[in-house]
Every structure is written in C-alpha cells, then in structure tokens.
Design a protein around this ligand. Structure first.
Ligand code: SF4
Length: 409
C-alpha cells in the first residue's frame, strides 16, 4: 500500500521513547562493495546540509512532540567527515527541538581515515557517548580489496585516539567472508580486534550488492565471489571465539560486553519507532514507514519547499519519497523478522500484548515447519532461532513476509 507522502501527521498521544537517525551521505571515496546512499566528492555540501538537517528536524517537531529521544545515531556515509563544529551544531539543534532522555545514547559512525584525537575530544564534549569505528579488516591487503581509505595501523591509532578522548563505549565493525579469504586470515583480523578490547563488535559477512563495482568485477571474472561455506565456517568459529572472550552475542551479527548492547539498533530489532533525518533516511513513525529522497541536493531543495509549504499553510513533507501505512499483518511480520534477529528471540507474551493474538495463531504453520528443520525453537516464553537458524535466517524471514495480497489488504 502506498498512500503517498504524509502531510503533517497528527501528533500521537504516546509517551513511547523514540530514536533519531541522521544520515550524512558524504564519503572521501566510494568503497567497491558499498550500495549505501553515499557520495564521494560532495564534501562542499556539508555546511548547508547540516542546516537542512535541522530544518527537517523542525518540520517533525510537532509530530514527535514530547516523546523522549532515547537514542541518536549518526550514520552514513562518513559522518566523521563533518567538522566538529557542524556535529555540535546538529546535536545542539536536536536537543533544542526534541525532548532528549537524560541518559540518551548518542552514537557516531566513524571512518578510521578521518579521525584525530582532537576531533574525537570535540565530539565527546559535544555530547557523543558512543563511537562505531568502521575498521572492516586488520589486513592491509584486504583493506585495498575493499577500497577502504585507511590502513590497519590507522584503525588502531583511531581506536587509541577514541580512548584518549574519553570514549568508553566503542564498537568495531568488521567484515568477514571476503573473496578467497581463508579462515586463518579472518582469525587474525578478529584476534587483533579482541586485543583492543572494544565494548561491542558488529561482524558482517560480505554480501555482493547489485550495481556495485564488486558485483561488476565478479561478473567479469576479475574477483572470486564470496564462498557461502567459507562464510559459514568463519561465522561458526566467530561465535565460539567471542563467547570464550566474554562477549554476549545478542543479535545475528552483533556482540557486546554485558550492558553494552547498542540501544539504538535494539530499537529497530524490537520494532519500535524512530525518525530518520537526511537524504535517503528511513523512518517508522505513527504506524507509517517512509523514506526521504536519495540525492542530497534534491533533499535540501525539498526540505526548503516543505518549510515554504508550512508557511503557506500546506505543510506537506515534500522530502518524503515513499510511505507505507503498516497494517497489523505487516506489523506482526516485521515484529518477527526483526525480533528473531535477536538471540533472545521474541517474547510470546509481549507479542500477544501488542497484537492481541498469540504468535502461534498467526504463524503456527511456519513455526512448525522451521522447528522441524531445526532452525527455530520454542521455549515456554520465547520463540527464537537456533544456532543453525542464525546461519539460514533469510529462508525463514522470506516465509514470514505477508503475500502481496495480504500486504495490500
Ligand atoms: S565509507 Fe562506508 S558508506 Fe562510504 S563508501 Fe565506504 S562503505 Fe560506503
């Protein structure tokens, strides 16, 4: 169902916490595997883009109302390309616009090639309290294959600078299952990450996204495609190794020290609401999922038009590119697809509370089928993936999606 761009929702009477996501789509260079909404060579837009983010925030002020902002996440792109004064201005502007929870988690994604201790100190003083460093690998040759702009040594320097600047909640992002990457090479990378003792690790298998330079290189036979069996072997080893190192796996691709789970991402996996600001950002607000236009300059023009529209009394969110009213059927499917990513799974009681139906009443057939395959398990209180199910979760998630007829009903 596509009802078109929303025109100023009625503020909902709810006190549910909300997350804010800010998309900063600028990068120094485009990595060959990346299909994110990010652009190289547009850094000159950063100052005006900062202003637009705050204008867009002001457009949503009445909709969000007094709902406490529990988490803020700056992603991209490479948010750490923005000067510290710009980052402070955005954060101050958001605080002035929305009601931040006193203990709000404020995260920033950072590229090791664009970090200095002075910059990180500035971020810490501005109120950022969690840093996610995109290391991807501790092998310089692998970093070249991935087109990353930094070396392994720079990643370690960036980590040390983050600690020196006072960040005590740091995530490292790494990618495994690279073309022709032997298990031993992945082990070496992960061991170097563990030696740094971060609070959190996000570890993703390399996926080949259509339209990327990596996909083209594979199609032309220049690069060997990632091997699914090798990725599975690396994932299995990783789960065991991180358990021994004292990290809790709490999601298919995420591990944390006790008490250090990423609150912002938990909000997604628990199917809670969030507002995305910026070009190509996604939102889930007042039961509607929507996204903004992708191109930064077009996004900026449309936000200006939205503001002008409000002055004319029209109040249409012109920067919104597409929206979908979430039916109860879609909301239940989302709840399962997102919630089953969590190792604890979904609480049957919470599902029944939220939707007024028992999860078995809705999905009994699929649950029996995938329990039979050994991919799902039911406990007295929860429904969750088995260890094998975490490897093959996409098969199950496909089956949980409502058929098109149901989705548009
Ligand atoms: S730095 Fe991140 S967002 Fe930018 S091109 Fe590379 S993978 Fe994509």
């Amino acid at each position: 169902m596509s009802p078109g761009p929303p025109s100023c929702y009625d503020p909902r009477v709810t006190s549910d916490p909300i997350g804010l996501y800010l998309h900063i789509p600028f990068c120094t260079a485009k990595c060959g595997y990346c299909d994110f909404n990010s652009y190289a060579g547009h850094e000159h837009l950063i100052p005006s883009y900062t202003g637009t983010l705050l204008k867009e925030a002001s457009l949503w002020r009445a909709t969000v109302g007094q709902r406490p902002v529990a988490t803020v996440f700056f992603g991209g792109g490479t948010p750490s390309l923005s000067p510290v004064d710009e980052m402070r201005a955005i954060l101050d502007g958001l605080r002035a616009t929305f009601a931040f929870a006193p203990d709000a988690e404020v995260s920033l994604e950072a590229n090791p090639g664009s970090l200095s201790e002075q910059y990180l100190r500035g971020l810490r003083e501005a109120g950022f309290n969690r840093l996610s460093i995109g290391v991807q690998s501790f092998d310089d040759e692998e970093l070249v294959v991935l087109d990353r702009i930094h070396t392994a040594a720079q990643a370690k320097e960036a980590y040390a600078a983050a600690r020196a600047a006072g960040f005590d909640n740091v995530n490292l992002d790494l990618i495994y299952g690279l073309p022709e990457q032997p298990l031993a090479a992945w082990e070496r990378s992960l061991e170097q990450a563990l030696a740094l003792a971060p609070e959190h690790l996000s570890l993703y298998a390399l996926t080949v996204e259509e339209g990327t330079p990596l996909a083209r290189d594979i199609a032309r036979g220049r690069v060997t495609p990632p091997d699914a069996d090798a990725q599975a072997e690396q994932y299995e080893w990783t789960q065991d190794r991180l358990a021994r190192a004292g990290y809790e796996q709490y999601e298919i691709s995420n591990w944390a020290r006790p008490g250090r789970r990423c609150a912002h991402n938990l909000l997604y996996w628990r199917n809670r609401e969030y507002l995305g600001l910026g070009a190509g950002a996604h939102s889930y607000l007042d039961g509607v999922r929507f996204s903004t236009v992708l191109l930064p300059q077009r996004y900026q023009e449309l936000v200006d038009e939205s503001l002008a529209g409000i002055e004319d009394g029209r109040g249409v969110m012109r920067q919104v590119a597409g929206a979908e009213q979430i039916t109860p059927e879609l909301a239940m499917a989302d709840e399962l697809i997102l919630g089953l990513r969590l190792v604890e799974g979904i609480s049957r009681a919470a599902f029944a509370d939220r939707y007024g139906r028992d999860v078995r009443e809705v999905y009994g057939g699929v649950i029996d089928e995938f329990t039979g395959y050994g991919l799902l398990e039911e406990t007295a209180t929860h429904l969750r993936l088995t260890r094998r199910g975490r490897l093959l979760s996409n098969e199950l998630f496909q089956r949980l999606l409502p058929q098109p007829a149901e989705a548009t009903a």
